[in-house]
Design a protein around this ligand. Structure first.
Ligand SMILES: Nc1ncnc2c1ncn2[C@@H]1O[C@H](COP(=O)(O)OP(=O)(O)OP(=O)(O)O)[C@@H](O)[C@H]1O
Ligand SMILES: [Mg+2]
Length: 483
């Protein structure tokens, strides 16, 4: 059986649905995980380069500021004389694998460790800034150099008399960057693979409980009412399971009551037919049956036919009321007159057993009701009050109203209903004392019909009863009908 469910599940569109859900979860996790990993590389490398350049600049500045200061001290008449610093400049240039250039106040290069540009003019933004007393750090063309421009100030007047421009190759910084890039790439590949793996497992784990729920539901919709759902993997699925099991419980109760109803119906419908068959058979099996006996048996058969007819009519009435409210036929009705009519019809039956039937109409009532259905309900209440009464008893009815509802009370001093049975009397086919009720006659549908009719009008029906003392039914119905 389980294999069959599995096969059904695999073939169904639900499996495809879960596959696509799994895929979506997988992609979302991948997206969220991989994008930062990809962005990580460029930001790490940029940061590395920036920091390295700053560090290089600092180092250059430490050494060369001192040189510039000393050059400033050797100034005479605002004229730069760097003849005493040439060797030191060469040494520094070799140390930093770079070039040192000194320009005088006229922007003329008076010393170049490369020996290329001596005597030429050196005009750049950095040098101009230098003559305003500012030190500046910049990247040379193609980012292959770090360039530092330091002002040379006259020791006493602090007037800028020249500029010392130091440039240092950044080839080793770029090499370091490339190496770091390679390492980051390896790290990235590892991390992306880890994210893919995690996304794959997460998508399976996240979807699994729901596919379990659906599998079980699929199985149950195939008719396995005994199976309960038990998926405790997640709090959510646990709650879902519990809610589902409660619903299943209610469905089982409904299913049971439906089955009971069907078996009751068939039983009730069969009884009169069986009686008729027994009566007819006994007539057929005898010879020379006297005419009186024929008549008597046929009368009995007619009674059974009437009984069968009543059951069928009652069932049809119930089925009609089970349908939606579209079947309601609402109009303005004089309730006092409606009850008078019911009593007129039932009075002869009450009179037969010497039962007093009294109506107290406290107020005239006009209400929007379906008169056929309300008549059905009230007739049954009065019929019951007569049927389950003692000879010589009484039945009192009253009608009253306020601005919103009308109230009908049917009270008798009959046999009463035992406490335990009171909650069941509105159920279909329920009769308090089966044997006694059969003798009195009835199928147990009357109160079910009455209650449905009252509920259809958005009303309330209640019972108060004490065994051996009597029974009171109260009905409350709104004066105006709302859909
Ligand atoms: N006024 C009453 N006094 C005592 N018992 C009552 C009274 N009304 C109803 N009952 C009990 O409730 C049961 C259900 O009533 P209900 O009207 O549904 O069925 P019924 O009268 O047996 O059959 P039906 O009305 O379908 O002909 C009755 O069989 C009876 O036992
Ligand atoms: Mg009845």
């Amino acid at each position: 059986m389980k294999e069959k469910i599995k096969e059904k599940f695999n073939n169904s569109g639900i499996k495809r649905l879960f596959k696509s859900l799994q895929l979506r979860i997988f992609f979302i996790i991948c997206l969220v995980g991989i994008i930062p990993i990809l962005l990580m590389k460029s930001s790490i490398l940029e940061n590395y380069e920036e920091q390295s350049v700053i560090q290089r600049g600092r180092m250059l500045q430490n050494q060369c500021s001192n040189l510039a200061f000393r050059m400033g001290s050797a100034v005479a008449n605002l004229n730069l004389d760097i003849s005493g610093f040439k060797t030191e400049m060469e040494q520094l240039a070799n140390l930093y694998n770079g070039r040192l250039v000194v320009a005088n106040r006229d922007f003329k290069i008076i010393e170049d460790t490369y020996g290329l540009d001596t005597g030429k003019l050196l005009v750049s933004e950095e040098v101009v800034q230098c003559f305003q007393g500012e030190t500046s750090l910049s990247r040379g063309p193609g980012s292959r150099f770090v360039e530092l421009a330091i002002p040379i100030e006259e020791a006493v007047t602090e007037e800028v008399v020249g500029a010392l421009v130091v440039s240092s190759e950044t080839a080793n910084i770029m090499e370091g960057k490339e190496e770091l890039g390679r390492q980051v790439l390896i790290l990235q590949v590892g991390m992306v693979m880890a994210v893919l793996l995690a996304a794959f497992y997460a998508s399976i784990i996240l979807v699994r409980p729901f596919s379990k729920v659906t599998q079980s539901l699929e199985g149950i919709s195939g008719g396995f009412l005994e199976d309960n759902l038990s998926i405790l993997d997640y709090t959510e699925t646990q709650v879902l399971s519990e809610a589902y099991n409660r619903m299943l419980g209610r469905m089982k109760v409904l299913d049971d009551s439906r089955q009971e109803f069907v078996s009751n119906v068939s039983h009730e419908l069969k009884t009169p037919i069986t009686s008729m068959k027994v009566l007819a058979d006994s007539l057929l099996s005898q010879e020379d049956v006297p005419a009186e006996l024929y008549k008597e048996f046929l009368q009995d058969i007619t009674q059974e036919i009437e009984r069968e007819n009543k059951i069928i009519n009652d069932l049809l009435a119930l089925v009609k009321m089970d349908r939606k409210a579209s079947d309601v036929n609402i109009r303005s009705v004089n309730i006092n007159e409606l009850i008078e009519l019911i009593l007129k019809r039932l009075r002869p039956i009450a009179a037969k057993r010497n039962i007093e039937l009294v109506l107290d109409s406290y107020k005239p009532v006009i209400a929007e009701v379906d008169d056929t259905k309300l008549t059905l309900a009230l007739s049954n209440l009065v019929e019951n009050a007569i049927k389950y009464n003692n000879d010589g008893g009484w039945v009192h009815l009253s009608i009253n109203t306020d601005h919103k509802y009308f109230y009908i009370k049917v009270e008798d001093n009959g046999i009463g209903i035992p406490k335990d049975d009171q909650e069941h009397i509105f159920e279909r086919f329920f009769r308090v004392d089966k044997s006694h009720s059969r003798e009195i006659g009835g199928t147990g549908l009357g109160l079910a019909i009455a209650r449905n009719a009252v509920l259809m009008h958005h009303g309330v029906i209640k019972v108060f009863s004490e065994e051996g003392v009597g029974t009171t039914f109260t009905v409350r119905v709104p004066l105006t009908y709302t859909e």
